[in-house]
Ligand binder design. Structure first.
Ligand SMILES: [Zn+2]
Length: 551
């Protein structure tokens, strides 16, 4: 390397103020192989892979590349029927707009609602007969905010029985609620009612909700319920909502009518909501909902996860699999922009970098196995809504154990000499000391999520495992040493753009990141205790799984 001129060196010194962290960091001995990481990213992000979109030949080519690597590392296949591939199908589900709703009041009076005017919504993806059609005639139960958070003063399901009934509810979030939990509660919904045995739900459009979103916009949003989901080995489309069949949203006028004559009517609801979410009673309404729906489900595409297994060394932990995951898919090609206009989304940072990291982790762990077995998974269809991980968490394909903990890597932004590390989710379980020790071993700082409003914890595959009750960590980088500006720049200019290309990555930084990710997985694979949620953790309480101190 050529020497810097004196002026250039002085200028560099003046600009790069916190040099200490950088010096410390680069003094570490490399663990992962930088050249392999770079060549793997360049291969996966090559135009030949056509942006690795689920269901395309480009994705399948990338999947073959990963499978070949797993094979050459001497790992065992962990896919279907002794292969490297776990195949699954995706369907597009839409709730056709000929859903019907009528309410039969306690006095026997019947009120018929008109789709699009009085209500929108429809059947959930798994609901209905083979043609997607179904009918429900069930009692209605008012459950207020529909929250099971007694610690925040909302225990909406206490004292009422929702089994086989329809939950009538109001959307709101307690003030000062942890933004991460609020985001989860907003994304969830159906599964809270499903857990209580409800068959359907009707959301009331309250005056408070109208202040946030007017009904016209709400109707358009909820009226176009189309989603993509996977089909299980049993042929049933996945919606994560158990026996719930439908979700409806009532107009402001319809909401008022539904609650008319009830002891706690729309005026009482509005007053409670306006008064900092004052508590609401939950009660049987004495009324019934008659609902019909007609789902449409169209086959969309077939894709795969690529899975390999490295057995562990300690028979006592043989059934506790560590899942090391990185999504392999990206968003493909956008056609029709002329010859010179590159609309091919190479996805170098997102997430060729993560897959390259995962393959280096596999090489190192194959060479020096941990006490626990490790499953390495290149996940499909992440960009379509975490679908490959959701499928894998529900269908791990293990006959001799279970998924015990997840270490996920997705789109580390590798453009500057980072000085700190974020371990999303690690502080929720007993893996935290292991993660912290790994980062400390590298002489770097572990810092809390600097950007909780972005909700990164919910936006990558670890969340699928968390929803299956599996403690998880998503390893990423912090804001130190210029990281905030560097991350903002990438997210603003290159994230999900054709310009997310291999040349943008600083491969020494990818190497440092991969070293740390490896140390995290190694420590978790070797830890003495069974991975478990901390007692009282929200996700442990919500999704189940082992809890520290409980057997
Ligand atoms: Zn992405």
């Amino acid at each position: 390397m050529k020497n810097l001129s004196l002026f250039a060196a002085l200028a560099a010194f003046a600009i790069a103020s916190p040099v200490a962290a950088e010096d410390d960091a680069t003094s570490q001995n490399p663990i992962t192989d930088r050249a392999t990481l770079e060549s793997d990213v360049r291969t996966l992000a090559d135009d030949a892979m056509e942006g690795r979109e689920a269901g395309t030949p480009g994705y399948d080519m990338a999947a073959d590349f990963v499978a070949n690597r797993f094979h050459s590392l001497g790992l065992q296949p962990g896919g279907d029927d002794g292969t490297w591939f776990q195949n699954f199908s995706l369907v597009r589900h839409s709730a056709a707009d000929d859903a019907g709703l009528s309410i039969v009041g306690a006095d026997g009076a019947r009120m018929k609602a008109i789709y699009g005017h009085d209500f929108v919504g429809g059947g959930l993806a798994s609901a209905g007969d083979a043609d997607g059609r179904g009918r429900v005639n069930a009692e209605m139960v008012f459950v207020g905010y529909g929250l099971d958070m007694p610690e925040l003063g909302h225990d909406s399901f206490a004292g009422v029985d929702l089994q086989g009934k329809v939950a009538v509810w109001v959307f709101d979030m307690p003030e000062g609620m942890d933004p991460l939990l609020a985001m989860h509660m907003q994304q969830a919904g159906a599964d809270r009612f499903a857990a209580q045995g409800a068959v359907g739900s009707i959301l009331l459009w309250t005056p408070e909700l109208s202040l946030l979103v007017n009904w016209t916009r709400g109707r358009n949003f909820f009226g176009r319920t189309s989603s993509t989901t996977w089909v299980g080995p049993d042929g049933v489309a996945h919606d994560g909502a158990g026996d719930m069949e439908f979700q409806l949203v009532a107009s402001p006028e319809m909401s008022r009518q539904i609650m008319a004559g009830q002891a706690f009517d729309m005026d009482a609801i509005a007053l409670a909501q306006a008064n900092e979410m004052a508590s609401m009673p939950s009660f049987e309404m004495g009324a019934r909902a008659r609902v019909s729906y007609a789902n449409q489900r169209e086959p969309l595409l077939d894709t795969s996860n690529v899975i390999a297994i490295q057995p562990g060394t300690d028979p006592a932990f043989a059934d506790q699999y560590v899942v090391v995951s990185a999504h392999l898919d990206h968003v493909g090609v956008e056609p029709g922009h002329g010859e010179d206009n590159d609309r091919l989304f190479n996805g170098a940072m997102d997430n060729a970098s993560g897959v390259a990291t995962m393959m280096e982790m596999a090489r190192l762990i194959a060479a020096e196995p941990t006490r626990r077995p490790v499953m390495f998974v290149a996940l499909g269809a992440e960009e379509m809504g975490l679908l490959g991980s959701s499928y894998h968490a529900a269908n791990p394909g293990l006959t001799d154990g279970h998924l015990a903990v997840n270490v996920n890597v997705d789109m580390p932004i590798l453009t500057w000499p980072f000085s700190d590390v974020v371990a999303f989710g690690a502080d929720r379980s007993n893996i935290f000391p292991q993660v912290s020790a790994a980062v400390g071993e590298y002489d770097l700082k572990l810092v809390p999520d600097p950007n909780p409003d972005e909700g990164f914890f919910f936006r990558s595959d670890q969340y699928s495992y968390v929803q299956a009750g599996i403690p998880a960590v998503y390893v990423d980088l912090g804001f130190g040493n210029g990281g905030e500006a560097a991350q903002e720049d990438f997210l603003g200019a290159h994230y999900h753009q054709p310009s997310d290309e291999a040349f943008r990555i600083d491969y020494e930084q990818l190497g440092r990141f991969a070293d740390i990710a490896y140390l995290v997985a190694r420590n978790v694979g070797n830890m003495d205790d069974r991975p478990a949620w901390l007692a009282g953790d929200f996700f442990g309480d919500t999704f189940g799984g082992p809890v520290v101190g409980q057997d």
